[in-house]
Design a protein. Structure first.
Lengths: 235, 235
DNA sequence: TGTACATCAGTGAACGCGCGTTCACTGATGTAC
DNA sequence: TGTACATCAGTGAACGCGCGTTCACTGATGTAC
């Protein structure tokens, strides 16, 4: 019997290579089904059928269906977090204007959200009713805030916003929720590239990020559009 | 038999006052249940029980359970749209700085979202799988864009953003999705008032809204914090 | 290296509960003459 | 004003399907000696 407790695991960890593979196949199958038909279309029967497994094997691994959903979501946010770690590494961005860094990051996020629309939408939907799931999103949120702050500071750039932490919370919160909404409402009136550059601009303007190394060469144009001076830049 | 067709109604409209009242009670009950337990907790049995009605009465009104959900959501967005109409009426805002108008509007939206967390979250969740529902959100989105543009123009203010329509689409999209996310993730690290003022500031900065009548009296302070000059304001 | 045993891993038929939907029926309201 | 009839509105027991979960069982892998 698998003990279900907030403190413990949602899945009994496999001990043999064989069962690890079975577990992976179950998770992949579940993710694919969620992507196609949403959480409502997810049945234990179809998961095991697609994974080439059986119901019994499923229940010797998971306490119940909820455990499966849980682990699928955890796996996804773990991946997202790890990738963020890499993308926002200051070492990658030596000498690149902040606006471009943000634009790249936006494109990156937009791609993830496009590839895994269904999963993101399902996670959002489930989070509304299951408060313990919101922790996953919050972890990502805080992580991005932290990384963004570190990135700007390590580059020697500065914020003009008088409360950068609060400002970043707002900005990151808006960006993340905007990404989620693009997963939910698939109609995309503006192309990803355009959205990425506009959102990057919006953040720079709002937080008033001033690039230290850009100050001398102020006539640099990054994307064919005159680069606006950051607001709040009074000093 | 109630014909289900995208072109036709989802509910057989009542002909007598008695059945209109029953219909209202059914919709109210359904909304309350969605608010409490989400769409998964919504059963025809409980709806009719709470409404003091019966299953048979329910099915003589709606083609099926989906029809009920549909009508509940339509009723909600209709209300939201009507209220937006009133709030964004330029006549209300003679001589008030744009920043304050936006801040008030944000507080207003935050209140709606707080009162009807469950319903908003359920609508978002369902929209992810049912494309025909996204039309409801889009209608609201476009309406707000239109009203905001009209508001700024009728007041004689101007945008510095070189493509105000696209900019407004982005800004309104971000604001709406941010509101939705506050409905979904109920943890609110920043108080509503703070969020409202920051978001208002973000929009003004990004779109570069310049208030015509504010130009002479530039030392005006609206909320105890020095009002930043709008970005992109080069002219 | 071989044998015995414990535990891990997997199988799929069967169970049973919940919930959407149907249906035969009763009562209320409107309308024609 | 009264009567007959059609339609609207409502009732709740019964049906049946889908799906989560259980369980008795077989096979695979590791370990002790």
């Amino acid at each position: 019997v698998i003990v279900k407790d907030a403190q413990l695991e949602w899945v009994r960890r496999p001990l043999q290579a064989r069962s690890q593979q079975t577990l992976d196949r179950l998770l992949d199958a579940a993710e694919a089904i969620i992507e196609e038909k949403g959480l409502d279309g997810l049945t234990v029967g179809e998961v095991t059928r697609r994974a080439g497994s059986s119901v019994g094997a499923f229940y010797s691994r998971f306490a119940d269906k909820e455990g499966l959903v849980r682990v699928v979501f955890e796996r996804f946010t773990d991946q997202a977090l790890a990738t963020t770690e890499v993308v926002l590494d200051p070492a990658r961005w030596q000498g690149v204007p902040v606006l471009d860094v943000l634009e790249t990051m936006m494109m990156f996020m937009l791609n993830i959200v496009r590839e895994r629309q269904g999963l993101v939408a399902a996670l959002v939907a489930r989070s509304a009713l299951d408060p313990s799931l919101t922790a996953l999103g919050e972890r990502l949120h805080e992580h991005i805030c932290m990384r963004m702050r570190a990135l700007v500071i390590e580059r020697g750039d500065s914020f003009a916003h008088e409360d950068p932490d609060a400002g970043m919370q707002i900005a990151v919160g808006m960006v993340l929720s905007f990404m989620e909404s693009r997963a939910v409402y698939r109609t995309q009136r503006l192309p990803d590239e355009r959205v990425a550059s506009e959102v990057a601009r919006l953040i720079v303007d709002y937080l008033g990020v001033t690039a230290a190394q850009d100050l001398p060469a102020s006539s640099k144009k990054t994307n064919g559009r005159p680069q606006a001076p950051p607001s709040h830049a009074k000093e």
